[in-house]
Design a protein around this ligand. Structure first.
Ligand SMILES: [Zn+2]
Ligand SMILES: [Zn+2]
Length: 194
């Protein structure tokens, strides 16, 4: 008959001698380390200092590795966040541009921009046969347009490119870009205050 080894759970020895990783043993080990550090603080600090002073290059390399690891973690977190929140990324991009151009602005939420898009059926406002792909500043920021909801309309990339930052808007030149199927239909109108 083999005796079952009794592990003293909830004691630091459970963690160190029996390699138990249950919550009780881990907590006991944490407490033990804390008490040990408190009792030997000066000695430990002096040792660490001497170790670091003995090899400044190693110290710098360790600091650099630590810094890079935390920077990489932060970047990875940011990448993940951006993937999950594409509309917030675009909004931040619009705000940055508005700020750079010193354009007037009013706060808006991603939800409000979505509503604005749905007012135009989520289609390109210059040619509803195109699906919406971006948010257009109808009056361009560079022309003094505001970064605010009333100045937003959904647009497709191609119409956005041909529209550019021209102001006032020359709808006839944009109409030339329109698909033959819709070229005969009424060009979009700019409503006042919108
Ligand atoms: Zn345990
Ligand atoms: Zn379009």
């Amino acid at each position: 008959m083999t005796a079952v080894k009794e592990i003293p759970h909830g004691k630091a020895s459970g963690y160190t001698d029996h390699k138990c990783r249950c919550e009780g043993c881990r907590e006991a080990k944490r407490e033990y380390d804390k008490a040990y550090y408190a009792a030997n603080r000066d000695r430990i600090r002096a040792r660490v200092k001497a170790y670091q002073a003995a090899d400044p290059d190693r110290r710098r390399a360790q600091d650099k590795a630590k810094y890079e690891a935390s920077r990489d973690r932060a970047r990875a977190r940011q990448r993940e966040w951006k993937k999950r929140n594409p509309e917030l990324v675009l909004a931040a991009c619009r705000r940055r541009r508005a700020k750079k151009l010193d354009a007037p602005s009013a706060p808006y939420t991603a939800q409000q921009v979505k509503q604005r898009w749905s007012m135009f059926g989520n289609r390109c406002w210059l040619n509803p046969s195109h699906p919406a792909e971006a948010t257009d500043h109808v009056k361009p920021l560079a022309a003094g347009g505001a970064d605010m909801l009333a100045n937003f309309r959904p647009i497709c990339h191609s119409c956005n490119a041909s529209k550019g930052a021209k102001w006032p808007l020359d709808l006839s030149s944009i109409a030339l870009q329109r698909d033959p199927a819709t070229a005969g239909s009424k060009p979009p109108t700019l409503t006042k205050g919108n």
